[in-house]
Design a protein around this ligand. Structure first.
Ligand code: NAD
Ligand code: UDP
Ligand code: UDP
Length: 323
């Protein structure tokens, strides 16, 4: 094994981001323990890793205590799409809060460095644009998105309290909308919805008038940011925004997906969900200065790889239906 190889726990490792992170860490020569309850994660995301002797998968729900011996922890366990996190909102808050407490307790016991996958949702429907890390947010505590937003905010509080109270080495990343292969096709997020709809020739569902904006980061850039943050000097705790600052409207995204897939899908407009943020764009000055990080994959290049992935899924589903 490589001299600096570590034993690393990735919670939520069977999910979209977690599966890419597990692969990146294995590629660096580390031992990886993937812990997941398979709520939104899929075994298919891990198929290509299962033969690696340095990789281990454990079915476990992070709302329950976990006793393992590791050097580092990436805490990603939590459903990320509004469709999934609103399915069982109480479990979402438990996952964010009890999950954070258990992983922090574990980190404290074994002296591990621990990174939290936080989110741009801590800014809520932001009144400051673009969002810098010192903006404290504009979040509804009692709405349908609150289980996720407030759960993630409380997890950040816990991380900083374990840092101040127990001197735990923590890292907090605020991740902005990320897309790429291994996204769940029925995930309900905008990139997966639009591409799957375009490939099936079904109407593209725009919520609201499509004027709301997001900034989309390709998964390989995001994973590079997480790994750099974990490896950064001890005094770099964050929070640090990780995302691609190129902002576009949801309407523009729909047009781009239609053009790139060559689809003849029409656009249909549906009501904008409650508390849906109107605009979102990361200020990544901190990540640039402290991690030397910035995204390098332009939207169309990332969408090309993502469309190719969804084409394979779409074709497999069609041939299964024909059988
Ligand atoms: P995902 O839904 O694909 O992955 C989440 C994983 O966590 C799944 O494998 C799921 O089964 C697992 N999980 C859920 N609850 C669990 C529990 N109680 N115990 C154990 N495992 C559990 O989502 P993702 O996009 O890969 O997001 C990963 C992390 O990054 C999440 O914490 C999310 O909040 C954060 N994040 C993602 C984005 C994004 O755009 N993808 C943006 C901001 C933050
Ligand atoms: N915990 C865990 N694994 C460990 C150590 C602790 O899951 O290896 C959990 C434990 O169940 C506890 C939580 O982490 O509820 C917080 O632990 P901590 O030591 O900070 O607090 P305490 O045990 O004093 O409540
Ligand atoms: N959205 C949309 N059509 C869809 C799915 C989502 O117009 O089929 C919109 C959604 O209302 C939001 C944006 O796209 O304004 C991003 O939604 P997503 O669920 O991907 O992420 P989040 O809202 O958490 O940023």
């Amino acid at each position: 094994m490589h001299q600096t190889a570590k034993r690393i726990l990735v919670t939520g490792g069977a999910g979209f981001l977690g599966s890419h992170l597990c692969k990146a860490l294995l590629d660096q020569g580390h031992e990886v323990l993937c812990v997941d309850n398979f709520f939104t994660g899929r075994r298919a995301n891990l198929h290509h890793l299962l033969n690696n002797p340095r990789f281990e998968v454990m079915r476990h729900d992070v709302t329950f205590p976990l006793y393992v011996e590791v050097d580092e922890i990436y805490n990603l366990a939590c459903p990320a799409s509004p469709f999934h996190y609103q399915h069982d909102p109480v479990q979402t808050t438990k996952t964010a809060v009890h999950g954070a407490i258990n992983m922090l307790g574990l980190a404290k016991r074994v002296g591990a460095r621990i990174l939290q996958a936080s989110t741009s949702e801590v800014y809520g429907d932001p009144q400051v644009h673009p969002q810098t890390e010192d903006y404290v947010g504009y979040v509804n505590p009692i709405g349908p998105r609150s289980c996720y937003d407030e759960g993630k905010r409380c997890a950040e509080t816990l991380f900083f309290d374990y840092y101040r109270q127990h001197k735990l080495p923590i890292k907090v990343a605020r991740i902005f909308n990320t897309y790429g292969p291994n996204m769940h096709p029925d995930d309900g997020r905008v990139v997966s919805n639009f591409i799957m709809q375009a490939l099936a020739g079904e109407p593209i569902t725009i919520y609201g008038d499509g004027g709301q904006t997001r900034s989309f980061c390709y998964v390989s850039d995001l994973i590079d940011g997480l790994v750099r943050l974990m490896g950064s000097p001890k005094e770099v705790n964050g929070p640090i925004n990780l995302g691609n600052p190129v902002e576009l409207s949801i309407h523009e995204l729909a047009e781009t997906v239609i053009r790139m897939t060559g689809s003849d899908s029409e656009l249909v407009f549906q009501p904008l969900p409650q508390d849906d943020p109107i605009q979102r764009q990361p200020d990544i000055t901190r990540a640039r200065d402290l991690l030397g990080w910035q995204p390098s994959v332009p939207l169309e290049q990332g969408l090309e790889a993502t469309i190719a992935y969804f084409r394979r899924i779409h074709a497999a589903a069609r041939s299964a239906a024909d059988r």
